[in-house]
Ligand binder design. Structure first.
Ligand SMILES: [Zn+2]
Length: 150
């Protein structure tokens, strides 16, 4: 099956060890995700790409029990919708990232637990949206999963 990233420039692709693509200010060192053209702290426009750490610590989370507003949401709706976890993950001491979580049960998650970046299927082209691109391509997005410490 063919698969494509949900958007270009968000994570490394293709990659067995995916990394999120942020930017880092050359002047003050602040890291942003997603990439920005100018620094939110010092307004510098020297913001080269910066690959973020693959692992981080869970900071806050909730469960998305219903389809988010569309747009920007472009995933399954109606009966095809499956609740998913969403949370903030602190990556190193660099940046907090809001992302989908592979675990939808809030009771299975713990403050500060170690999380790892993975790529997950988001939708399959040609299912519900009626835009004609029904070639079965799998659209991939990023998520964090709890690191198995067992
Ligand atoms: Zn700066």
């Amino acid at each position: 099956m063919t698969s494509v990233p949900v958007a270009a420039g968000v994570f490394t692709w293709p990659s067995a060890q995916p990394r999120l693509i942020g930017s880092r200010c050359s002047m003050c060192g602040i890291v942003t995700f997603p990439t920005q053209d100018s620094c939110p702290r010092c307004a510098s426009t020297e913001m080269p790409q910066h690959l973020l750490p693959r692992r981080g610590r869970l900071w806050a989370w909730t469960t998305q029990d219903f389809p988010p507003p569309s747009p920007p949401y472009a995933g399954p709706t109606g009966e095809a919708f499956v609740p998913f976890g969403i949370g903030y993950v602190q990556l190193g001491d660099e940046v907090k990232v809001e992302a989908r979580l592979t675990e939808a049960d809030p009771h299975a998650l713990e403050q500060g637990m170690e999380m790892e970046l993975v790529l997950v299927p988001f939708r399959t082209r040609g299912d519900q949206d009626g835009d004609g691109d029904d070639d079965g391509t799998e659209v991939m997005t990023f998520a964090f999963r709890p690191v198995d410490t067992a």
